[in-house]
Ligand binder design. Structure first.
Ligand SMILES: Cc1cc2nc3c(=O)[nH]c(=O)nc-3n(C[C@H](O)[C@H](O)[C@H](O)COP(=O)(O)OP(=O)(O)OC[C@H]3O[C@@H](n4cnc5c(N)ncnc54)[C@H](O)[C@@H]3O)c2cc1C
Length: 376
């Protein structure tokens, strides 16, 4: 009688930043990898458009930075404007990147080393030995380990089916706007990157940042507004006027500017969550699917790249022995590097939220708490 083993050692569901990097990192190991994504190409998306020095260093360690460099815009100095003062900060070497182009390039680099399947994964069955996934077209694949790298915001139904749940914190939210501008006189801007900080208690705005991306200058505005806030509609309708009101003197500093491109203002709301009940046999969850990030902290890719760094070191060891039991999987979630970057990303979000609270609200909350606890 013929017995069949699993079709692959590892199946990665999701070929975004996390999944594509992980596939690439396993290329030199004797590991058969299947990479699955519902789209052949990553669709246009506004996110993670600035690569910080520490993130670029990790990409470099993975051997993935060099191919990116010709397409990225280097930023070594950021002009800052705070409380009427302009000063500049050295930031090492950052890059303005197009997320979509970057992910598609990472995917292209990983593809020769994996079996790539286009299709939506609609079902998973996990155990401490073999895992099975089913694609929308009915195709089934099996492996010893599943990696869920499906991005975030709303919990993926596959994680939900396995009993995982998003533990959300409603107070930690973020709403980001993105659009492109150029100088009204057609001249180039006199900065590589420009950040304008407000007192966040006034308008619950974290900051606005301008940086080069391809032929344009991109504006990212990070707020803590609720998506139904009246200010959101106004910002989408007339972003230049609204910016001028919220950021006095901005256009004197950078020069009169106009919207470019499609004149579209992209909007991205997010809220803090971390996935619970993840320590299960046979499956690991990485990237935004595991924990969300406030775009204002710029820590998303640090989390993604650390997950990839840690997991790509563990997988070859796990495959050396039979089974994919919880004690193996726990090594990932409990790894000090992973825990450090996840908690840093959350702490920075909490810091932004605390800063945006008006002192009156803080004392009101404190009074309420004291009353509830029967103190004072
Ligand atoms: C507005 C915004 C701005 C940001 N700015 C920054 C920044 O400046 N710096 C920074 O470090 N981070 C930033 N971040 C965070 C960063 O974008 C994320 O941390 C990162 O993109 C997450 O990558 P990922 O691989 O987890 O998800 P993704 O790159 O979204 O990949 C998920 C993939 O899974 C696939 N998929 C999903 N479900 C299925 C399924 N059932 N079957 C098959 N395939 C599936 C999708 O098609 C997709 O390709 C920002 C985020 C946002 C929202």
């Amino acid at each position: 009688m013929t017995t069949y083993g699993p079709s692959h050692d590892v199946i990665i569901i999701g070929a975004g930043f996390a999944g594509s990097c992980l596939a690439w990192m396993l290329k030199d190991q004797p590991v058969r990898v299947a990479l699955i994504d519902r789209n052949l190409q990553y669709p246009p998306s506004f996110r993670a458009e600035k690569l910080e020095q520490q993130q670029a260093d990790l990409l470099d360690k993975f051997g993935l930075l060099e191919a990116r460099q010709p397409l990225a815009d280097p930023i070594s100095q950021v002009e800052c404007f705070r409380k009427g003062q302009r000063y500049h900060e050295d930031v090492g070497l950052q890059y303005g990147i197009h997320y979509t182009d970057t992910v598609n390039q990472l995917r292209t680099q990983a593809l020769p080393h994996v079996d790539f399947y286009q299709g939506k994964v609609v079902d998973v069955i996990t155990s401490s030995t073999y895992q099975q996934v089913q694609l929308e077209n009915g195709k089934k694949l099996t492996a010893r380990l599943l990696v869920l790298a499906t991005g975030g915001n709303v919990i993926n139904p596959l994680a939900f089916k396995l009993g995982m749940r998003q533990q959300a914190t409603r107070e930690l939210r973020s709403l980001s706007f993105a659009f492109d501008i150029c100088r009204a006189d057609g001249q180039p801007y006199d900065f590589q990157s420009f950040n304008y900080f407000l007192d966040p208690r006034e308008h619950q705005i974290d900051y606005v940042t301008l940086f080069p991306i391809g032929d344009s200058v991109r504006i990212n505005l990070f707020t803590q507004w609720h998506p139904k806030d009246m200010r959101v509609r106004a910002m989408r309708r007339s972003p230049m006027q609204e910016l001028d009101e919220y950021f006095p003197g901005l256009f004197e500093q950078i020069g009169d500017s106009v919207l470019t491109g499609s004149d579209k203002v992209a909007l991205f709301p997010t809220q803090y969550y971390q996935l619970s009940k993840v320590e299960q046999p046979g499956i690991v969850v990485i990237g935004d699917e595991f924990q969300s990030v406030s775009p204002a902290t710029g820590k998303g890719l640090s989390k993604v790249l650390t997950d990839v760094d840690v997991l790509s070191g563990l997988i070859p060891q796990w495959l050396e022995t039979d089974g994919m039991t919880v004690d193996k999987i726990q090594q990932f979630y409990r790894h000090p590097d992973k825990q450090a970057v996840d908690s840093l990303a959350k702490r920075e979000w909490v810091y932004l939220a605390d800063n945006a609270l008006h002192p009156e609200i803080i004392s009101k909350v404190k009074r309420k708490l004291a009353k509830l606890m029967g103190v004072g």
